[in-house]
Design a binder for this molecule. Structure first.
Ligand code: DGP
Length: 113
């Protein structure tokens, strides 16, 4: 837990968020600046800077599983969706707490910008 980390503060409840799903390991909440009709962030409750410093396969598996559950909850599992984790500067990461973006509800393009 880091007091300076926005997502840790969401986990701790001091910053509000619209929670979509949650369990002991991970939490899913709506992105403040949605880029698609469904845009949910899935994070580990434990502070991890990014995928680059992830060290627990079970924890990562729980985060990924929750992303798939979010897609089912949001009704986009059958139509399709995208899961993205931005890592570091070139990856476009702006919040230093590992997170997966679950995006859906529209046709995604490739390559990403
Ligand atoms: P990234 O650029 O991959 O690090 O994505 C960070 C995302 O986090 C970005 O899409 C906007 C979102 N975000 C930033 N601050 C907050 C916040 O306080 N609440 C919520 N729900 N989302 C936030």
């Amino acid at each position: 837990m880091s007091d300076s980390c926005i997502f840790c503060r969401i986990v701790g409840g001091s910053i509000p968020a619209t929670v979509v799903a949650s369990n002991d390991v991970a939490m899913a909440f709506r992105d403040l600046s949605p880029q698609a009709p469904t845009h949910v962030l899935v994070i580990p409750r434990r502070h991890l800077a990014s995928l680059a410093t992830a060290d627990d396969a079970a924890e990562l598996g729980a985060v990924l599983s929750l992303a798939a559950e979010v897609a089912r909850i949001e009704g986009i599992a059958d139509s399709g969706y995208r899961v993205v984790s931005n890592v570091g500067g070139d990856g476009g990461q702006t919040v230093g707490h590992l997170h997966l973006h679950v995006l859906g509800g529209r046709q995604m393009s490739w390559p990403p910008g």
